[in-house]
Design a protein. Structure first.
Length: 294
């Protein structure tokens, strides 16, 4: 495909193998032939990334590097594939997903997911494999190493899985009512879809409004629905200097509900969080929260 370029740091980040070690192997075994930029900085391509991911998987499973480098390409892939289905290690499963992403191999991606879901259940796969995987490659989206097409490809597949898992749950009559929405202009809804799944799986009711919801539109239905909780995530909007006033506006408009708020413009930031509002730092917090009310 030859469309993505990676720094040695990207390789380290995705494979878990130190840059220093990658350099040594490169020299000793002539593993990669990195290109160089005009300023003489090495960069790597999709094939290099796939190779280092495969090596990492075999190495983590006890194969010596000298033995790995002696393998033919097909043998290497075959071995990794066999491990993929045997391995109980989340790291190996995340590597398998990453490999499928690089090649935009929907069959491989789905097969890995389905296999893990049948073994571990959906929530466990989401928490221990998909979510760390998204976080891992999320770091790369910021450095543009991952092509936007690859990002859309993954997001779409995970979205489908989340929606069908949520649809297959039976609805509870009782339980607390949660409204889930994203601020106006916010499109990143995967986290919110997963939150919706978690809250429902714990026996609560949800109404999912999804992306880009203006507050006055929400206000119109709020009094009719009388939710116990409102959950939202501030990831890319509003602007950092407007987050504090957004938080206060939320609380003043929806006084009678407990407001749960998350997203990277909230978590770990210096904000004054009003009474009756809680910051959800990670999905584990949400699981505890929605279970406690069950």
């Amino acid at each position: 495909m030859g469309m993505s370029v990676y720094s040695i740091k990207d390789l380290e980040h995705l494979s878990g193998i130190k840059a220093h070690t990658i350099r040594i192997w490169e020299q000793r075994y002539d593993l990669f032939s990195p290109q160089r930029t005009s300023t003489n900085i090495r960069y790597y391509n999709d094939d290099d990334l796939k190779l280092i991911l495969n090596i990492a998987t075999l190495k983590n499973n006890g194969t010596k590097i000298s033995k790995i480098v002696a393998m033919q390409h097909d043998e290497l892939q075959e071995q990794v594939r066999n491990i993929g289905f045997e391995s109980a290690s989340y790291e190996d499963q995340i590597s398998a997903l990453t490999l499928s992403m690089i090649d935009m191999d929907e069959g491989g991606f789905t097969e890995t997911l389905e296999y893990n879901i049948s073994k571990l259940g959906f929530e466990e796969v989401m928490m221990k494999i998909i979510y760390p995987f998204m976080r891992k490659i999320g770091v790369l989206w910021l450095t543009n190493a991952i092509n936007p097409a690859q990002e859309h490809f993954i997001t779409h597949l995970v979205r489908q899985k989340l929606i069908s898992a949520t649809d297959s749950m039976k609805l509870h009559e009782g339980g607390d009512l949660y409204i889930l929405f994203l601020p106006e202009g916010e499109l990143h809804e995967l986290g919110l879809l997963f939150a919706n799944y978690i809250i429902r799986s714990k026996g609560n009711r949800t109404i999912f409004f999804g992306q880009t919801v203006p507050l006055n539109a929400l206000e119109e239905v709020y009094h009719k629905l009388e939710p116990d909780y409102i959950l939202t995530a501030v990831t890319t909007v509003p602007e950092p200097n407007q987050v504090q006033s957004y938080v206060e506006k939320l609380k003043s408009k929806f006084k009678d509900s407990e407001i749960l708020i998350t997203g990277n413009r909230i978590v770990g930031q210096d904000l004054e969080i009003p009474e009756g509002m809680s910051v959800i730092n990670q999905f584990e917090d949400l699981i505890q929260h929605s279970t406690a009310n069950f």
